[in-house]
Design a protein around this ligand. Structure first.
Ligand SMILES: Nc1ncnc2c1ncn2[C@@H]1O[C@H](COP(=O)(O)OP(=O)(O)OP(=O)(O)O)[C@@H](O)[C@H]1O
Ligand SMILES: [Mg+2]
Length: 342
């Protein structure tokens, strides 16, 4: 039985047009979010994760814009909608938790009222008392202590972590079909992080909600995701169901990210980091964007961009080593000796 796809991104490219040229922040990205599933988008800082989310929500600001591609939801292309249509779709079906929570709350309104307002706009038939009850219930679920009291606080009276939890409550209380969560738990301590991630998973199951969770932390995605997309310099480098990505990692970049996850008992002094830095989008290497940091780099990688190819039934990877050469070597076992499996 084929699964229902709630949102499909097809060949999406979004660029910034700067004085120094076009910086392609999202480069020919394909991504599918199935119903009731949690999809992770991971990669280092600056690789285009937030720009992908903002493209979906129609929130790219000048000098950035979508250059090509489709964003399909319910058979309609969001990139072709007017601002008004898009706001209706996003208001009813998609909620987003932003990376910068401080900018998303109104400083002169009590936080409880703001979340209640969001709920009442979503369901105009609900009475105010019931809405308040649901808001306090959601505040408790996201771990806001003394929820009744905090309902009447202004944003500046709450800590950063509590404000982030208010934002999470606001996004989840309307039970959207799709929740886009951009680094939702980065500002929180680990106990609250675990609690929020569990709650997302629970809501996902109970309400058939889908989630796109954006993070640079592969530990987070391992906890809750069904499917993972690894992004680098605007491109999807690897995509697989979570267990397969961890068990049968194909891309050297994904391997680097996995090795950078801190583990209990590991000496932090020996924590692996990927050498080098994410390339400047205006000066990308000619071939594979990861070639200047990759320990398996060949001359071909420096000249030619590998395609994102199927390496398993639900697994794709953008690396010559993982796809083309692996296949060639499998046909010619002698040459396999000494070859590297990343
Ligand atoms: N206004 C802008 N003008 C030019 N380039 C920009 C602008 N805003 C963002 N970028 C570039 O777009 C690229 C992608 O940025 P994006 O915010 O999507 O990264 P990210 O993966 O979300 O990183 P982080 O983990 O730090 O949030 C970055 O290289 C950034 O420098
Ligand atoms: Mg970001």
């Amino acid at each position: 039985m084929s699964e229902e796809i709630v949102l499909e991104i097809k060949g999406l490219s979004s660029s910034f047009f700067t004085d120094h040229g076009e910086a392609v922040a999202v480069n020919d990205v394909d991504l599918k979010i199935p119903r009731g599933k949690i999809v992770g988008l991971v990669g280092e800082s600056g690789c285009g994760k937030s720009m992908t989310a903002k493209s979906v929500m129609g929130l790219l600001k000048y000098p950035g814009r979508i250059v090509k591609g489709e964003i399909l939801m319910g058979g309609r292309d969001l990139t072709k909608m007017s601002d008004k249509e898009l706001r209706t779709v996003c208001g009813n079906d998609i909620s987003m938790i932003f990376q910068e929570p401080m900018t998303s709350l109104n400083p002169v309104l009590k936080v409880g009222r703001q979340v209640q307002e969001a709920l009442l706009v979503h369901d105009r038939t609900m009475d105010k008392g019931k809405a308040k009850e649901q808001v306090i219930d959601m505040f408790k679920k996201v771990g806001i202590p003394e929820a009744e009291k905090r309902y009447n606080c202004y944003p500046h009276e709450l800590s950063g972590g509590l404000r982030q939890r208010v934002m999470i409550a606001m996004a989840m209380v309307c039970k959207p079909r799709l929740l886009i969560a951009d680094e939702p738990t980065t500002a929180l301590d680990v106990t609250i992080e675990a609690q929020i991630l569990r709650l997302m998973k629970q809501l996902c199951r109970e309400n058939d909600m889908s989630v796109l969770i954006i993070t640079h932390n592969l530990g987070v995605v391992a906890e809750i995701c069904d499917d993972i997309y690894v992004m680098y310099a605007g491109r999807i480098m690897e995509h697989a169901p979570v267990f397969e990505l961890f068990d049968d990692t194909r891309h050297p970049y994904t391997r680097g990210l996995l090795m950078s996850i801190p583990r209990i008992g590991n000496n932090p002094e020996f924590l692996h980091t990927i050498p080098g830095v994410v390339p400047n989008l205006l000066h990308l290497p000619k071939g594979c964007p990861f070639s200047n940091r990759c320990e398996y780099v060949t001359d071909r990688c420096k000249e030619q961009l590998p395609e994102l190819l199927q390496v398993g039934s639900e697994h794709s990877c953008r690396c010559f080593l993982a796809s083309g050469e692996a296949a060639e070597q499998a046909e010619n076992p002698k040459e396999t000796e000494g070859s590297v499996r990343v």
